[in-house]
Design a protein around this ligand. Structure first.
Ligand SMILES: C[S@@+](CC[C@H](N)C(=O)[O-])C[C@H]1O[C@@H](n2cnc3c(N)ncnc32)[C@H](O)[C@@H]1O
Length: 303
């Protein structure tokens, strides 16, 4: 059994995600395109024949080249030169639907960036001068697309290792005419440490990070003191740090870690009320179905 209830052990089983399927109301994007939170956006492409099922989907391994011609995200962009021993994510097998693969081939060269740790990203050029918020772990990207639609003057640098989600988000962006989303493929820690300039981000979002519930895996949780001290160096004065989780012990850890970071101050006495501008995410919906309580945390970097 997986140590993480929401991400299987590496290689222990194959993930099959119905990417490309029309989003459900539980995703906050009803199939008719009217969003229940934020702006209405069109969902990713309706299932093509074989799009969401076993037929037609492309089975990939993260350690094998999916786009050998370099036309899409690399399987292991940082390679050995920036290897981190403890990772907050699971390398996993995924299925990439034809729609997602087509979106990646078409849009990755323009809107995608591998986290290779080799050079700085010029955010001003990449986002046409918009202020930029980094979202770490966007999953399938439905909430990301809704927030981008609601605030077109803010750029969203959406970072994840999940190839189907990267394709889904790019397809959503194109379908909805969103020009303020860029996708970064790889480990957010390498992105922050090696590729983003100090003070360059207008905000940081981490929604429903993997909870790593077993004690021996707590070291894999993303929100730790070292991570927050690194991340805050990349934030501009006044930048908002917004986290959310449905895992109570992780919420307590987030509150303790963020409160202890001297450059941040809490906008609320402890947890924040759920802001109307944060759409329901896929993992949030799953947590709510299990009766979990969701906590938001909103901290601001000092001037
Ligand atoms: C539990 S999912 C939540 C997805 C989405 N935010 C939601 O609420 O539906 C966490 C996501 O974070 C990603 N992730 C975890 N650690 C990461 C890291 N260090 N860099 C980039 N992505 C990461 C995982 O691949 C996964 O897609």
């Amino acid at each position: 059994m997986s140590e993480n209830p929401r991400t299987p052990e590496s290689g222990s089983q194959e993930i099959s995600v119905p990417e490309g399927a029309a989003p459900s109301p539980a995703d906050g994007i009803p199939a008719d395109g009217t969003a229940s939170h934020g702006n209405a956006i069109d969902g990713a492409a309706a299932p093509e024949s074989g799009d969401a099922g076993a037929t037609g989907a492309t089975r990939i391994r993260r350690d094998g080249p999916m786009f050998p011609d370099g036309s899409g995200p690399a399987a292991d962009p940082a390679g050995d030169h920036h290897e981190r021993r403890i990772r907050s994510f699971q390398p996993r097998r995924s299925r990439v639907s034809p729609t997602q693969a087509a979106a990646l081939r078409r849009l990755w060269p323009v809107w995608g960036r591998d986290i290779d740790g080799l050079s700085r990203i010029d955010l001003d050029t990449f986002f046409d001068g918009r202020p930029v918020v980094l979202e770490i772990g966007f999953g399938m990207g439905e909430a990301t697309a809704q927030m981008a639609a609601a605030d077109p003057d803010t750029g969203i640098l959406a970072c994840d290792v999940h190839t189907p989600g990267q394709g889904n988000l790019l397809a959503l962006a194109e379908r909805n005419g969103l020009t303020n989303i860029r996708v970064a493929n790889g480990d957010a820690i390498i992105l922050l440490r090696e590729m983003l300039a100090p003070g360059s981000l207008a905000g940081l979002r981490v929604f429903f990070p993997d909870p790593w519930p077993k004690k021996r895996h707590h070291k894999r949780r993303l929100i730790q003191p070292d991570f927050i001290s690194l991340a805050t160096t990349r934030l501009a004065p006044g930048a908002l740090v917004h986290c959310a989780t449905d895992w109570e012990p992780y919420a307590e850890q987030m509150l303790a870690v963020l409160t202890a970071e001297p450059t941040l101050h809490n906008l609320y006495p402890d947890y924040a009320p759920r802001p109307a501008f944060r759409p329901l995410t896929k993992f949030e919906g799953q947590g709510l179905d299990k009766g979990h309580v969701v906590h938001d945390l909103m901290f601001r970097r000092g001037e």
